[in-house]
Design a protein. Structure first.
Length: 278
């Protein structure tokens, strides 16, 4: 059985001061230091982040950067099994047309190839906020274009994991349109609770397709808050995931520390998740 410590990680940036006051953004001045900070906490997984702004400057997108990432992985034992593509939410190709869509799809292809070079398997695509699917046409564009990427994803053994604001039944119908070996669900405990979805309804409906989990707490219809201070029934969510025999990773996408105690806060959250997953 896999050591449970190998299944808990953190969202890149959570061990650094916020960038421009944002709850999540690529931590340009701190990204290298986060590897050793994570290792010191016993964290072995990092979920990378990438924004549309300065996308091709992100170290994961060029040879020198990937070489540095591989060095840090080797030195610290902190691997990168997943990436959250905030760039897709910020500039969704399914809402673009003509040359703009073609350019965004080319970028998508380049990203898939690039991140394979540091071992990323799961690519989280946020279908929320600016990336939310608002009509049937957008959904058709998304499905049609991504099905064309199946050979490339297969070649690199990668899986696209959708995070969505769809109700559970609708999300189950959506993901059923796509082959299970290359497409799955990123279940976000906090986002789902904030939308009013109940874990006991959502997880059984989606369990067979959940490939990555974000651990988070939020207020109903509101912002991210420290674990246990929002409406997410975290013990129930963990219980249901255990019952469904979920074997994937748990990524701490938790509320930011209010001061400089980023490591202390993330260390407490790590201990909580380790206890919950048994």
């Amino acid at each position: 059985m896999m050591d449970k410590r190998q299944r808990v990680g953190f969202m890149q940036g959570r061990l650094s001061p916020p960038i421009d006051g944002k709850i999540q953004a690529f931590p340009w001045p701190f990204w290298q230091a986060e590897f050793s900070a994570a290792g010191a906490l016993g964290l072995r997984l990092m979920e990378w982040t990438i924004d549309q702004d300065r996308l091709f400057e992100n170290p994961i997108m060029h040879d020198a950067g990937r070489a540095e990432i591989r060095r840090l992985i080797h030195e610290t034992g902190v691997s990168i099994p997943s990436l959250t593509g905030d760039c897709f939410m910020q500039a969704p190709f399914w809402k673009a047309s003509g040359p703009d869509r073609a350019e965004l799809l080319t970028t998508f292809q380049r990203l898939v190839v690039a991140i394979a070079g540091v071992g990323v398997k799961y690519i989280v695509i946020p279908l929320v906020d600016n990336g939310s699917l608002t009509n049937a046409d957008e959904e058709e564009v998304l499905v049609t274009e991504l099905l064309a990427f199946v050979p490339l994803l297969t070649a690199h053994d990668q899986v696209l994991a959708f995070e969505s604001d769809f109700p559970p039944t609708r999300l189950a119908h959506f993901i059923a349109r796509l082959p299970a070996d290359r497409f799955g669900i990123n279940y976000d405990m906090g986002n789902s609770a904030s939308l009013g979805w109940k874990a006991e309804e959502e997880i059984p409906a989606l369990a067979s397709r959940i490939v990555n989990v974000h651990v988070k707490d939020r207020l109903l219809g509101g912002t991210t808050v420290p674990l246990g201070q929002g409406v997410a029934d975290l013990p129930k969510a963990f219980e249901l995931l255990r019952a469904a025999n979920y074997q994937g990773n748990y990524i701490l996408q938790t509320a930011r520390a209010t001061g400089d105690d980023h490591a202390e806060v993330l260390g407490r959250y790590n201990a909580f998740v380790l206890d919950q997953i048994g």
